[in-house]
Design a protein around this ligand. Structure first.
Ligand SMILES: N[C@@H](CCC(=O)N[C@@H](CS)C(=O)NCC(=O)O)C(=O)O
Length: 311
């Protein structure tokens, strides 16, 4: 793990705030794919660098498959283990564009003086030779709306009539849930941890109640908000409960969130983007300050194919 400082690699972890809270830095590449713009939608032009372990990258993999963009946007999956060199390419899934060994080299190929973390997802443009964007929520929206005419599946994950509600829910789940589990797991003081875990479970309790009478977060249609909640819920019982100490309740203990998790998992195309083995291998092996033995637990037993009862 580490970061680039003016193009030079440094094995530094995140800097907490004065009270030991985890602080997630903002991402740097924030351009957009749009018809008529510098980054126009074109088949074969863009490439996604992802990890199957990462909940943020997983959002973009799900959108790619649900929109039928598999043949339009190519993908490389990095090795689950993130050590001192950061994300590394796998021998059986090498970097097809540059032939690099490390993801950080993709970042310095985009900007030789880049300063920041080397994160997934990152959306690469073959034509301009740069990273278009490395912020998952924005890449998700680009895959959803930026490739009209190229997407082979007719489905809108943020339709105009639900736009404001999708945005509201994306905002509402981000800090307490999506980022909340990280704020708990990477807290460096008891107070920072207590604060984060309290927020995680208050929010989960609230959304479980909401899902008692809504199939999806925004009602009867699956949206970007569901994708963003799903990728955190999928990792919750196998990883966040023990590794990030989010152990007040499991998702399996929630009457509605548990079925909702299986409902999204069983949506055609989604299961193929999920690898519990990859997820566990990444978290338990890559954070020795949390798990010094790097032993990957065997459980928990999960049956994501069990009936979800929510149709
Ligand atoms: N805000 C970013 C966060 C991406 C992110 O933090 N990804 C993690 C993997 S789960 C990563 O690549 N971390 C490497 C590091 O921070 O060194 C997004 O939503 O895309």
């Amino acid at each position: 793990m580490g970061r680039l400082i003016e193009g030079q690699w440094s094995t530094q972890w995140y800097d907490p705030d004065d009270d030991g809270r985890f602080v997630r830095p903002s991402t740097v590449f924030r351009d957009r794919i749009e018809a008529g713009g510098r980054f126009a939608p074109e088949a074969g032009r863009y490439h996604l660098y992802v990890s199957l372990a990462c909940p943020w990258a997983h959002r973009t993999l799900i959108a790619r498959v649900l929109k039928g963009l598999d043949d339009v946007i190519s993908v490389t999956v990095v090795d689950p283990y993130m050590g001192d060199d950061g994300w590394t390419f796998q021998d059986d899934d090498p970097d097809p564009i540059h032939g690099h060994t490390f993801l950080r080299e993709v970042y310095t190929s985009a900007d030789s003086a880049y300063t920041g973390r080397v994160t997934v997802p990152a959306l690469w443009d073959r034509q301009e030779g740069t990273i278009v964007n490395n912020e998952s929520r924005e890449i998700l929206r680009m895959l959803d709306h930026g490739f009209a005419g190229l997407a082979t599946r007719d489905l809108d994950l943020c339709p105009p009539d639900l736009h404001d509600e999708v945005e509201r829910i994306l905002d509402a789940i981000y800090e307490p849930i999506n980022n909340g589990v990280y704020r708990a797991g990477f807290a460096e003081t008891q107070q920072a941890y207590d604060e984060a875990v309290g927020e995680v479970f208050e929010a989960l309790d609230q959304w479980d109640a909401h899902l008692a009478d809504h199939r999806y977060l925004c009602g009867s249609r699956m949206t970007e908000a569901d994708i963003c909640l799903f990728t955190t819920l999928l990792r919750f019982d196998p990883v966040y409960v023990s590794h990030f100490k989010c152990n007040v309740r499991r998702i399996a203990d929630y009457p509605h969130l548990s079925g909702y998790l299986r409902d999204i998992y069983q949506t055609p195309g989604v299961a193929a983007t999920c690898s519990i083995a990859h997820i566990k291998e990444h978290y338990f092996r890559s954070h020795p300050f949390i798990n010094p033995t790097r032993i990957v637990p065997v459980g928990p037993a999960l049956d994501l194919d069990a009936p979800h009862g929510r149709a």
